[in-house]
Design a protein around this ligand. Structure first.
Ligand SMILES: N[C@@H](CCC(=O)N[C@@H](CS)C(=O)NCC(=O)O)C(=O)O
Length: 215
């Protein structure tokens, strides 16, 4: 089969890149990784070589280019139906898609106040009401899914929904955003995956600093 080539940004900060990467690794789908670091001032002109939007992640599969993290994950699910990237049950799949879309198009307060930054020492961050509202909604999503599925992941086994929320898990842990025991158990389950551990080990070795993400 034609190889997948995944273009990503800095592992410490690139929350969107983390989503397809963790899904590919967690589902044992082989791929070639191309890490192209951001240029913090002006954007990296090298992104023009592979990305129609000058953003990452981008997936290349033969002569096909797919950009946008959720579109990449959908494509991987289409190419590898046997990998269980979406839940097999119709109703669960609908729910998984709904929460993935909600994640993809929302939670702006959380995203801007609490950037993904795996190197940042773990320390509680005092956040405003808008972030608290996002956190409460996410905890509710996770709790409802975990109660219905029994865990350890949102729909039992690891799916695209977990990949979509992996960067949020990172933020919850780094900034100690929730005291919910269900959220803590879920964060631990995602963080314990071999795929997370491999990404984080690489992120911790990076030395690039994006000042805007260091809050
Ligand atoms: N909706 C897009 C967002 C992609 C995105 O914003 N990527 C950021 C990195 S996490 C980026 O490439 N930024 C580079 C830049 O803006 O120069 C997706 O889900 O892939």
């Amino acid at each position: 089969m034609t190889a997948f080539d995944l273009y990503i940004g800095n592992k410490n900060y690139s929350s969107w890149s983390f989503r397809p990467w963790i899904a590919l690794r967690q589902k044992d789908i082989p791929f070639n990784e191309h890490l192209v670091p951001f240029d913090f001032e002006n954007g990296n002109p090298d992104f023009a070589d592979f990305s129609p939007t000058m953003k990452v992640p981008v997936l290349k599969h033969g002569d096909l280019t797919v950009w946008d993290s959720l579109a990449i994950l959908e494509y991987l699910a289409d190419v590898h139906p046997e990998k269980g990237l979406w839940p097999s049950d119709l109703r669960e799949r609908a729910w998984a898609r709904a929460i993935s879309a909600e994640m993809h198009s929302g939670f702006f307060a959380l995203r801007s106040a609490c950037p993904m930054n795996m190197r940042r020492p773990v320390e509680e961050l005092i956040v405003g009401d808008d972030v608290k509202k996002d956190v409460a909604r996410i905890v509710r999503i996770w709790t409802e899914c975990l109660e219905a599925s029994g865990g350890p992941f949102l729909f039992g086994d690891f799916t695209i929904a977990d990949a979509m929320f992996a960067p949020v898990v990172s933020r919850f842990l780094t900034y100690r955003l929730s005291a919910s025991p269900a959220a803590a158990r879920y964060c631990e389950a995602v963080k314990s995956t071999p795929a997370w551990q491999a990404w984080e080990a690489d992120a911790l070795k990076e030395t690039w600093i994006v000042a805007a993400e260091e809050i």
